[in-house]
Design a protein around this ligand. Sequence first.
Ligand SMILES: Cc1cc2nc3c(=O)[nH]c(=O)nc-3n(C[C@H](O)[C@H](O)[C@H](O)COP(=O)(O)OP(=O)(O)OC[C@H]3O[C@@H](n4cnc5c(N)ncnc54)[C@H](O)[C@@H]3O)c2cc1C
Length: 816
Amino acid sequence: MEQYVPQQADIVIIGGGIVGTSVAYHLARRGATNVVLLERRQLTCGTTWHAAGLVGQLRATLNLTRLAKYTTELYRGLEAETGQATGFRQTGSLAVAASAGRFEELRRGASMARSFGLEVDVLTPAEAQSVWPLISIEDVVGAVWLPKDGRTNPIDTTQALARGARSRGVRIIENCRVTGIEVEDGRVTGVRHAGGAVRAPVVVNCGGMWARDIAGWVDATVPLHAAEHFYIVTEPMAGLSPGMPVLRDADGCSYFKEDTGKLLVGWFEPKAKPWGMDGIPESFCFETLPEDLAHIEPLFAAAIRRVPALEQAGVQVFFNGPESFTPDDRYLLGEQPEVRGLFVAAGFNSIGIQSAGGAGKVLADWILDGHAPMDLWDVDVRRVAPFQRNRSYLHDRTEESLGLLYAMHWPFRQAASARGVRKSALHDRLRERGACFGEVLGYERPNWFAPAGVAPEYRYSYGRQNWFEYSQQEHRAVREQVGLFDQSSFAKFVVQGRDAERALNRLCAADVAVAPGRIVYTQWLNERGGIEADLTVTRESEERFLVVSACATQTRDFAWLTRNIAPQAHASACDVSSAYAVLGLMGPNSRALLQSLTDADLSTAAFPFATSQIIDLGYARVRASRITYVGELGYELYVPTEFVQGVFDALAGAGGAHGLKLCGYHAMNSLRIEKAYRHWGHDVGEEDTPLEAGLGFAVNFAKSGGFIGLEALLRQKEQGVRRRLVNFRLEADDPLLYHNEPIWRSGRIVGRLTSGMFGHTVGRPLGLGYVENDGELVTDEWVLGGDYQLEVAAARLPATAALKPFYDPRSLRVKA
Ligand SMILES: Cc1cc2nc3c(=O)[nH]c(=O)nc-3n(C[C@H](O)[C@H](O)[C@H](O)COP(=O)(O)OP(=O)(O)OC[C@H]3O[C@@H](n4cnc5c(N)ncnc54)[C@H](O)[C@@H]3O)c2cc1C
């Protein structure tokens, strides 16, 4: 092993677990060889060495499944490439379902995975038993078989990645602890270590469970927390054979792996044990944590129910080791918004071995190309917020998040732990009126309202959940009378200064050089024409603009905004999200209700669509913006936070006469999908251009000075689009659509849904999804000339495709 630590490198990687070595390997494969990996002790000595080594491919989302699939392909060829044995075997894996809901989850996942070429079969209980003869199938409803899943030896695989990196010139230095990160003018310039420093414009934090504290050195947010993670290994057992598939029994929280004639059984228990509350000891190296037999006893009993032969088997090893978990069970990847050039790949939630190949590859591309090679929003570190570094929050959420990996991933499922972190000023008023809250980035938002006598609690299923009819009534109120939404969680930024217009116009695909009081719906694009953000910009005055975006993208959008304002520009951006509450007053009676509380002239002549004014309302002065995400006449009211309770009381007091109803986000989703309004992160993202997404109307190709992404968009305009977002309606009113359902056109899969919801006015499940035509142009005729089906849980169901919204296609109601 080399001991000489260079003083300069192009890229420094902190941490030599499987993730750090994979990043190094993939950088080297792309030709970046002036790379130094610093490991404080020995390679794999953190979490990697003791992993069970399962390498599965089926993940919750399409792109994460793609990356896991890549990992198996990489590991399969690594030994031949590097000469270092990896222990990788493609044994296949079997996942059994012990309830109808679980079986639907597995089949929906299988439909999604099969649509892009992952081999996966749905099995009967008897077929499952023929694959894994030792299981009891008494309670098994069905199973899914993935023949290309496998298992690997984590230490050997890490060594193979390290060898592949070294052979291409990467320096891997052990026993060299990084002690600090150097930053100048918001940009990383290198690292300090015990024996000196390495200058480098890029630093990658692959510090595993130490990564949160490493990021904390430079005030960057990497929210993860370690937890104890358990498995046992039996004495040799009869009936096991080498090359047996991995078995997963999520309903029993267990997984099983044959291990040289013994059985390794591991668990994802519902209540985990967070570990390392006072920081991870510096001395930690190939260590284990104390056994806790009482903790695993009920889990062991469940494992015996699935594999009865376990009861007779002696246990050779009780293993307990730490692994890091994130608040949403997805790993953290990408460039930190706080510090340019500082990247992270950490928080792997017990799937770091199977994720390392894909994560290492895309992060290497991201570093070298300056942007992610595919839409990685699911794992992008810009999805988190600074409060998530709070240790109490992380501790409490980690108790739950470990178990959630094997829990049912019900649609609309809400976390039960660490709730009530961020609340709107109306929270208590809404709770008293029956709000059932859902959480986005810690923010409690009403998803639906329970009528008197009904508990505001979810009862989950894949079908119509307990709130379906209440949400339907909210939907109707908005279409027929008036509904009130608390949208205070919106992200809000003020951009001001002499150059504010110019700065924003470079970012926005629409023209924001409009008169004060105008609202502009626009996208922010990257150089490739992909949609980085989808938002509104309101010109408040000559030199002041209000940018409004979604709660979930607050960190990301603010980072994009501030990074793209030229340093010499006389324009500053300020996040004012907490300063304003937002009330959405939506529906045909919204004008009359608002008019009853203000002297301002609300007639369309005085207050047309897409304009904004400051008006008196109750005792407050509020910004009323005539805009909508639900497709009706309506106003978003921006109210300084301390005034909003008074404004709410005034609206609620006057509302009865106009049929006012409190409404939640589930109703909003149903309303917006009928209008085919896009949702960033689902229907539009950084890989989708406005032309593909049907948002060409919002682009101003002719405005002076252009905008980021214009050239790419002009090229695409000239050549035509090869994929397009289309609206779908299921012909039957059941089953419900969520997202990821494959789209079949005339007998071939042409795409997948990006979002789905029941449209209560249309009376059918609706979806949006991109379709492709084998690389050819996607014309109106081609879209409308097909015969469509949507695949739900392995069944194909007739559907209608449309390019116009299913509700009010001419938007007459919005402009009323
Ligand atoms: C019991 C158990 C079973 C598991 N089973 C599986 C499985 O079957 N399949 C699967 O996919 N995953 C599994 N995992 C998860 C998997 O082991 C982890 O996700 C993965 O190893 C994480 O790798 P890493 O490189 O991020 O972290 P680590 O392996 O912890 O690597 C981080 C490295 O950074 C180094 N470091 C920290 N600070 C510094 C510093 N200041 N300077 C230099 N170096 C530093 C550490 O020494 C360490 O070597 C399991 C985990 C456990 C605990």
